[in-house]
Design a protein around this ligand. Structure first.
Ligand code: NAD
Length: 249
């Protein structure tokens, strides 16, 4: 498998938290990063922070059907092979089962699952054609075990894990590896308020985490960067927990 650190890495949800740390790290490691997010203002801040590093921003909604074509066009315009895709954009504030509306179901599946499916459908043939590469999807420990009150979120993250394993089997012989990370509790803007307020689920996870703390965006970004790089050349179809041991505790 020919994976080079000088190609293009697309990171969705790159303007905050795990995606932001990942975009900056991959740019530092030599990729030209295409940073995709719905939040144009935060993308500008990311661009400023990236400084001299090669980073192009693209403001769009990953759930929009024309987004994969827009991303492919942006990658094509850079004149380098598409080596890495990080499907990170996601929403998490899951309502209780009986309070989940039809709109909530469509929104969660649209952003957390359908967008990943569509972007893989566009990207994988291009990556294979251009010599192979690596996809990393953001699953969650909440898709691997039961946590009360997270039903629609857990459904989407379980689906991402299933898609990861399936695509790894389908695309391995064409030179594309497909893995996922399943973070535990990570301190990002997504979870910060609930960690600070000592919400029940977050408090319980912190108490039960063998490493005794919440993860940082950097903890997850380092794992993603490993899976994106040739250092993990014989790993595909893996759903790697980055949870401080929570699920094993
Ligand atoms: P975050 O809220 O800090 O960042 C998510 C980013 O995605 C934001 O910049 C947001 O603007 C962007 N985004 C959301 N919807 C979008 C859309 N429709 N189109 C384009 N961009 C969109 O979240 P985070 O904590 O960094 O989470 C990143 C990923 O990690 C998510 O998929 C999340 O489910 C997963 N995850 C997070 C945790 C955690 O504890 N933080 C745990 C497990 C999994």
């Amino acid at each position: 498998m020919r994976e080079q650190l000088d190609g293009v890495a697309v990171v969705t949800g790159a303007a905050s938290g795990i995606g932001r740390a990942t975009a900056l790290l991959l740019a530092e490691r030599g990729f030209h990063v295409v940073a995709v997010d719905i939040n144009a203002q935060s993308l500008e801040a990311l661009s400023a922070e990236a400084g001299e590093r090669a980073l192009t921003t693209l403001a769009c909604d990953v759930a929009a059907p024309d987004t994969p074509a827009r991303i492919a066009e942006a990658v094509d315009g850079l004149g380098k092979p598409w080596r890495v895709l990080i499907n990170n954009a996601g929403i998490a504030a899951s309502p209780a089962l009986q309070e989940t509306s039809d709109d909530d179901i469509d929104r969660f599946i649209g952003i957390n699952v359908a967008s990943v499916f569509r972007l893989c459908r566009t990207a994988l043939p291009i990556m294979a054609e251009q010599g192979g590469g690596s996809v990393v999807n953001l699953a969650s420990v909440f898709g691997l075990t039961g946590v009360s009150g997270t039903s629609i979120y857990a459904l989407t993250k379980g689906a991402v894990a299933a898609l990861t394993v399936q695509l790894a089997c389908e695309w391995g012989r064409r030179g594309v590896r497909v893995n996922a990370v399943a973070p535990g509790l990570i301190d990002t803007p997504l979870t910060a308020a609930r960690i600070r307020d000592g919400a029940w689920t977050q408090r319980r996870i912190l108490e039960e985490t063998p490493l005794g703390r919440a993860g940082t965006p950097q903890d997850v970004a380092e794992t993603i960067a490993f899976l994106a790089s040739p250092r993990s050349a014989f790993i595909t179809g893996e759903v790697l927990k980055v949870d401080g041991g929570w699920l094993s505790g």
